[in-house]
Ligand binder design. Structure first.
Ligand SMILES: [Zn+2]
Ligand SMILES: [Zn+2]
Length: 212
């Protein structure tokens, strides 16, 4: 398939900054550049890629803390997440001080995303699904033709995103996963914000948070 992906573990949270690209066109999307921007730029250079956009799955610092500076350095737009995470993106500098992360900047995206919005990443079409719960504005990207999804911190292999923040909503997160994601098909492979990816089918069968 033309879609290529590389994952860099960024920030002390070991967040999976994912770069998607089209090998023929060498055009790339950088998803969730939480920090460690020199490593992200080195990865782009190593593969001879030109970044065309930065995409955010949600407003947490390990995902979004480097977005504003990377936008400035690459001259590309920041797209997403859903506007319900504006209150997080407006406070990334404070989150950075609280967690001891230097250089995190607040970011105002060039474009917010809404449910159903189409987005091209790495030459492949993805649909946006608004999946609140871990954060109010979390979004998931599903490439139905490619049978691939980028789920941020909504779903992990064998786990789900934490919801113990003041704005977290466990019931909404479970509903997002069971009503929007899993029905798309067991064969869909996903990449997530922390740890290894997997398939929707494996999570439907064995993820302890999704059993009833
Ligand atoms: Zn998060
Ligand atoms: Zn995270």
């Amino acid at each position: 398939m033309p879609l290529k992906a590389a994952i860099l573990h960024v920030t002390p949270f070991q967040q999976n900054c994912t770069i998607l690209w089209d090998e023929a066109a060498k055009r790339a999307t950088v998803i969730d550049p939480g920090g460690d921007l020199p490593e992200i730029e080195a990865m782009l250079a190593q593969h001879g890629l030109t970044a065309e956009q930065i995409v955010l799955t949600h407003g947490h610092i390990d995902h979004a803390g480097g977005a504003d500076e990377l936008r400035e350095r690459l001259g590309v737009p920041v797209i997403g997440p859903h506007e319900a995470d504006r209150m997080l993106l407006d406070n990334l500098d404070k989150q950075g001080r609280a967690y001891g992360l230097d250089g995190a900047r607040n970011v105002v995206p060039d474009r917010w995303l809404v449910e159903g919005e189409a987005l091209e990443m790495g030459g492949v079409g993805f649909d946006t699904l608004h999946c609140p719960g871990h954060s109010p504005g979390s979004v998931v990207f599903v490439g139905l033709a490619e049978r691939a999804a980028i789920v941020g911190d909504v779903l992990f292999r064998g786990s789900i995103g934490r919801t113990d923040f003041p704005y977290g909503d466990h019931a909404a997160l479970i509903a997002s996963i069971t009503q929007k994601l899993l029905p798309l098909g067991d064969d869909i492979r996903f990449l997530c914000g922390h740890g290894p990816g997997g398939t929707f089918g494996e999570e439907r069968r064995s993820n302890p948070f999704l059993q009833r």
